[in-house]
Design a protein around this ligand. Structure first.
Ligand code: ZN
Length: 251
């Protein structure tokens, strides 16, 4: 994928691999052939609209993608950053209904992510404890106390210092973290008060088994904050709900 920007108009176009297929290559099925033709036409239209303008290539910055909807949701707005080597641009990718093509535009402003909640996976922990402790089940009280203790650990932990887990999250704003050593020590130590003897060593093993993935990960939810700024070529920006506007000196 290649992103192209017209420097005169501040408009972008995403060139898909379909545009770059060599002429002699036969598309494997009709639908991709049709798609290729459409993409090609779109690209020709973009070039025609910006004839005589200065066009540049942008490189999409890795890991800059954010969206407030699941990856699988086709109708949404998402944002990413792209650079021409000197300047970084924020690109908004959106469509309002499924039949529309995706629209790419340069937005004046920037985005950042704010952590709005850190949750423990209490239901999953409870289920897992029940499934694994068949011969010597935990009492309701032990399960409750363990989850409560785990919540306390989550409250104390500093999310910025935790390692992110490369988990297949279906939502770009839900990120899983594993506990650091300090939190694990705290968890282990306080388990002694809840579980006795053999049950305590079983729960210690349980923690070891699930600390790297699954039920003992902390789930953090983020929110996208967008800061709109006035760019030199724009006189006015429609203000959207929830957008914070900031004036910049016109260059
Ligand atoms: Zn142009």
């Amino acid at each position: 994928m290649k992103l192209i920007r017209c420097t005169n108009c501040d408009e972008v176009f995403l060139q898909t691999p379909y545009d770059q297929w060599p002429e002699y290559e036969t598309p494997s099925d009709v639908s991709s052939e049709v798609l290729r033709a459409v993409e090609k036409d779109d690209f020709q239209t973009f070039l025609r609209n910006h004839r005589g303008h200065l066009i540049e290539d942008l490189r999409v910055l890795e890991d800059s993608y954010v969206s407030d909807k699941p990856y699988s949701e086709p109708v949404k707005a998402s944002y990413f950053r792209a650079s021409n080597g000197k300047e970084t641009f924020v690109i908004k990718k959106s469509r309002h209904n499924i039949s529309e093509p995706l629209k790419y535009e340069v937005i004046a402003g920037d985005y950042s992510l704010r952590c709005v909640s850190i949750e423990v996976q209490s239901k999953e922990i409870e289920k897992q404890l029940k499934a694994e402790f068949v011969e010597a089940p935990c009492s309701e009280r032990e399960v409750e106390d363990f989850i409560e203790l785990f919540r306390r650990v989550a409250r104390i932990a500093d999310i910025r210092k935790l390692d992110r887990v490369a988990e297949d999250s279906t939502h770009p704003l839900e990120i899983y973290y594993k506990l650091d050593d300090t939190s694990l020590i705290y968890l282990h130590r306080n388990c002694r008060r809840i579980f006795k003897d053999k049950q305590h060593s079983r729960i210690a093993d349980f923690i070891e088994r699930h600390k790297e993935d699954g039920v003992l990960l902390l789930k953090a939810t983020y929110q996208i904050q967008i800061t709109q700024m006035a760019r030199s070529r724009e006189d006015s920006i429609p203000s959207s709900v929830g957008f914070r506007r900031k004036k910049l000196a016109v260059q």
